[in-house]
Design a protein. Structure first.
Length: 254
């Protein structure tokens, strides 16, 4: 058996998340089916992160053990031949048995894209969140800056159905930046990286930042939720449309 590290990108609109769910389309299910066509046996795919329904990925990583050994290029072209067009394998690497897509990861990076203008751009529908009324961008930037890199207890941003027993996360970065899109200044992105994420954590942070930008909370709003450690004190869970798993980080030897 050989172990493959598979890096893929996908548009999550048509899927009920990464994880296989009986009778429902999933990214994991589509990828497993494509790989099985090549190796001619059942495979068990392990993903680095379980993205929710409607969430996208620029750098999801999975691993699988297969009995048929092909070149990396043939694995890439072969899987893409059997995959739907909204899922693409962009890299395949042969790795050792000590590599685990989930447990070997040292960090994950997410991006949330937000369109802030009265009319939603049609080409961004499903690929960015939308707030039609003007936001106080300076207030949002000030709020983001209250959380420098470090360890925090994100229990206040953890959904009730989250199975994680650990709510401490080592935050590597939190940034609010303008994304260039032609001549428009209406597309913004929240960039966040950490060693560990809780279910809906990024979307709950985003919902809180929107309320700060609307003047409903002070610029200390994120700190206030962290101090309260109460999900009810955070903003609404924002739409999944603009959320992307952008990168999974591993140690250099992996």
């Amino acid at each position: 058996m050989v172990r493959l590290k598979i890096t893929l990108q996908y548009d999550g609109q048509a899927y009920y998340g990464w994880q296989i769910q009986e009778g429902l389309p999933s990214v994991q299910g589509a990828l497993a089916h494509a790989l099985e066509q090549l190796v001619e046996h059942d495979v068990k795919l392990v993903g680095a992160g379980r993205t929710d329904r409607g969430v996208h990925a620029w750098g999801q990583v999975a691993h699988a053990d297969v009995a048929k050994d092909l070149t990396d290029f043939k694995f890439i072209t072969g899987m893409n031949r059997f995959l739907p067009k909204d899922i693409r394998v962009v890299a395949v690497e042969h790795v050792g048995e000590d590599f685990h897509a989930r447990f070997s990861a040292t960090a994950r990076h997410y991006v949330y894209r937000l369109w802030n203008a009265r009319v939603m751009r049609p080409d961004l529908r499903g690929h960015a969140g939308h707030v039609p009324l003007p936001l106080d961008i300076e207030a949002i930037q000030a709020a983001v800056q209250t959380l420098p890199p470090g360890e925090y207890d994100f229990k206040g941003f953890q959904d009730a159905e989250c199975n994680s027993r650990v709510s401490l996360c080592d935050l590597h970065h939190l940034r609010w930046v303008k994304e260039s899109l032609g001549d428009s200044g209406n597309l913004w992105r929240l960039e966040i990286g950490a060693n560990h994420f809780l279910q809906h954590m990024v979307r709950n942070i985003m919902g809180t930042l929107i309320e700060i930008g609307q003047g409903k909370r002070p610029t200390t709003g994120l700190l206030d939720v962290l101090a309260a450690q109460n999900r009810a004190q955070a903003g609404l869970t924002f739409t999944p449309d603009g959320l992307y798993l952008s990168r999974v980080v591993y140690t250099p030897e992996l």
